[in-house]
Ligand binder design. Structure first.
Ligand code: BTN
Length: 246
């Protein structure tokens, strides 16, 4: 049976609390897989680990996608990794830049973050019934909140000109549609090489939680592999990773 293409059902808002919240409400009312909620501005955008995702109206791409995968709960983060690959590819196709991915799913240009991906799931404990995949892309902003200037960027800053957000959205939805289908049919193993060739931290010294060492890459489940000082390999399954200071 053919399925609806991502974005065929599109809900566009000037302002919302969070596109994640609206997408979840629509999904609970029966919205089909591939339904998209897009907003020009979020009053309370959510990032990973309880962080805020802040925007100024009309500068970003802010959207959430309804997914209905059949998945065990530990695999949900793989959908965010898949999302990062799809968005990296969309940005490459529309802007001729080459984003890197910082584990697990931050997109970087010139070492600074311009895109984040958030996967929020609802499950009955054994299987996942619903995942809302949220994407925030800094597209046309030229200024960033104090404290973020060194770590954040946008496509406009990197390219030196404004970017058409609707073309980028259409391309992003098409690449998400493609990579989600690959993931559903072949699993994360089929996505892993595309994530790996964009790995921002390969070979670099990092700290992640209690682990310190050099990044080897990710495995077929999406876990980060870090080689410790004694040559041992650590598998990091969740959290953030930062460049180690010597
Ligand atoms: C992160 O890097 O911490 C993830 C950021 C995800 C932000 C997007 S913006 C659209 C969607 N709605 C939200 O409230 N969050 C996600």
């Amino acid at each position: 049976m053919s399925r609806t293409r991502f974005g065929d059902a599109r809900h566009q808002f000037a302002e919302v609390e969070s596109t994640q919240t609206i997408a979840r409400q629509l999904a609970r009312s029966g919205a089909a897989e591939g339904t998209v909620v897009v907003a020009e501005h979020q009053r309370a955008g959510r990032g990973r680990a309880g962080r805020a995702w802040v925007d100024r109206p009309g500068e970003s791409l802010l959207f959430s996608l309804v997914l209905r995968p059949v998945l065990a709960p530990p695999r949900v983060p793989q959908l965010a990794l898949m999302g990062a690959v799809a968005i990296a590819e969309a940005v490459e196709q529309t802007t001729a830049t080459a984003p890197r991915i910082k584990w697990p799913n931050d997109l970087l240009l010139d070492g600074r973050k311009f895109c984040g991906v958030l996967a929020e799931a609802a499950s009955d404990g054994e299987t996942v019934a619903l995942v809302i995949l949220g994407i925030g892309i800094n597209v046309n902003q030229r200024e960033f909140p104090s404290g973020l200037q060194d770590r954040a960027t946008s496509l406009a800053v990197e390219l030196g000109h404004a970017v058409d957000r609707s073309i980028l959205l259409d391309t992003a939805l098409s690449r998400l549609d493609h990579w989600y289908e690959v993931y559903r049919r072949f699993g994360f193993t089929a996505v892993q090489p595309e994530w790996s060739r964009r790995c921002a931290l390969a070979g670099q010294p990092v700290v992640s939680g209690g682990v310190r060492g050099v990044v080897l890459g990710i495995d077929d489940d999406g876990a980060l592999l870090v080689r410790g000082d004694a040559g041992e390999t650590h598998r990091v399954v969740a959290g953030d990773v930062d460049a180690a200071r010597h």
